[in-house]
Design a protein around this ligand. Structure first.
Ligand code: ARG
Length: 438
């Protein structure tokens, strides 16, 4: 076939062309081409359904039951109290043990305690449970399955908490209800499907950090901006109207009408923007020593919590983080000393450093007081920097995030033996309550 044209006379050339075209689209090529197109379309459909349908596979349930072998404590009424946190972890751990080991392995996603309330001879527990099942399954059938697994485990295994079986109720709820229930809790990060994000090991940032990958990853982070001058400082949302930041951010300008606040992973465009109505600077802030570097800013109008705007939890005044605890600092600050503000939010994983080490002669030589907290690395490299001030240093306690520090000061950025120094938020828990009622 290939040499066939040689035999044709000139007049036949058009037909040769035609034959060549026919050759190009020979059955094999045509089949391969069609197969390739089909494969591409198939993969595209696969990707789309993976993201769309996966979402629809989540089933949410509200569980309520009485536990009889524990007594109610007054602090259970406060969600950020150590008693509440420890008890809810125990319950959540027990739930994941029950459902992870069961035959429906991999179906259980997670659980969250919403409320602990007093009950005659025990404590009543309200919690949400999230499961993932094929969307062909129906809610009622899954509900029965969950109940069966629970009752069986209660019979066969020794559980740390005694669940009163007649009190157990399981109600199917939709995604919106689930979201509203979780919204009442602080320190929770949500993805667009309203599923709490699992804590993932994102590392580094600001100086030597990385961009945050997702909108809503640090939903309490705000940017404090001076009208006409742009970003000045970071801040953290602690309620629908209150933000916590550093006192030194208002050194040059204390007039609330000159400030605006934005939320979202970029400064431009912001996800949400608000004016500032009120600024409260700590009465004992000392510029020279950086002591009590803490301030409150109240938004002129409240923000509603969403996937991208959430409040962070305030730690109990008794919280103690041992040295080398992993914490995250986030901000729009510069990535080198004296560099420009970043438009995209950045994050870095740093480690707490004991005040004793931080006050060593070769480190900060006694400049770190009891209201401060050091975090970073002795070898330097990863740190907050200029423009991160006022922003959050957060600690992840079983997927619930606590504001443990406020970016305050440091000698230059990311230098060896010069870690970041933060305002120790737990020391100011009562001051915050006094000023805001939170
Ligand atoms: N004071 C600086 C600011 O105004 C932030 C200092 C943080 N420095 C550090 N090395 N961690 O933005």
């Amino acid at each position: 076939m290939m040499y066939a044209p040689v035999r044709y006379s000139e007049a036949d050339y058009p037909r040769i062309d035609y034959q060549r075209r026919e050759q190009f689209w020979d059955p094999i090529r045509l089949t391969l081409f069609i197969l390739a197109i089909v494969a591409i379309i198939g993969i595209a459909i696969g990707i789309v359904t993976h993201f769309v349908v996966e979402d629809d596979n989540s089933f949410y349930y509200l569980a309520s039951f009485k536990v009889t072998n524990i007594k109610y404590k007054e602090n259970y009424g406060m969600r950020t109290s150590r008693d509440f946190i420890e008890r809810s972890h125990q319950i959540e751990k027990m739930m994941s043990r029950i459902f992870r080991n069961s035959s429906g392995e991999g179906r259980f996603i997670k659980s969250h305690v919403i409320k602990l309330s007093p009950e005659k001879n025990g404590v009543n527990i309200l919690m949400v449970l999230v499961f993932r099942y094929p969307s062909t399954d129906n809610t009622e059938r899954i509900r029965k399955k969950i109940e069966r697994i629970l009752y069986q485990t209660m019979k066969t295994k020794q559980l740390p908490l005694t669940i009163n079986k007649p009190s157990f109720t399981l109600t199917s709820i939709d995604r919106k209800k689930m979201r509203n229930l979780l919204k009442s809790r602080c320190g929770i990060r949500m993805t667009s499907s309203y599923m709490p994000l699992l804590a993932f090991s994102s590392t580094e940032r600001i100086v030597q950090g990385r961009k945050t990958s997702m909108e809503g990853e640090w939903p309490w982070q705000a940017s404090l901006q001076l009208k006409g001058k742009g970003h000045q400082c970071g801040a953290s949302l602690i309620s629908n109207t209150w933000m916590l930041t550093a006192a030194h951010c208002f050194r040059k300008n204390k007039d609330p009408s000159q400030w605006i606040v934005t939320f979202g992973t970029t400064i431009t465009p912001p996800a949400v923007q608000r004016s500032v109505g009120k600024i409260i600077i700590h009465e004992n802030y000392h510029q020279e020593t950086n002591e009590n570097d803490i301030a409150l800013a109240q938004l002129a109008t409240r923000v509603e919590f969403s996937n991208v705007v959430q409040r962070v939890c305030l730690p109990d005044s008794s919280i103690k983080l041992p040295p080398k605890t992993s914490v995250f600092v986030t901000g729009f600050g510069s990535i080198v000393d004296d560099g420009p503000t970043q438009n995209h939010l950045r994050q870095a994983r740093v480690e707490t450093i004991s005040t004793e080490v931080c006050n060593r002669k070769d480190v900060y030589d006694g400049l770190v007081t009891s209201g401060m907290l050091c975090a970073g690395y002795m070898e330097g490299k990863i740190d907050a920097c200029k423009g991160d001030s006022g922003g959050p240093l957060v600690y992840d306690n079983h997927d619930i995030w606590y504001l443990v520090g406020i970016v305050s000061w440091g000698q230059s950025c990311a230098l060896p033996k010069k870690p970041g120094v933060y305002t120790r938020v737990s020391r100011y828990r009562d001051w915050i309550a006094l000023k805001t009622g939170i």
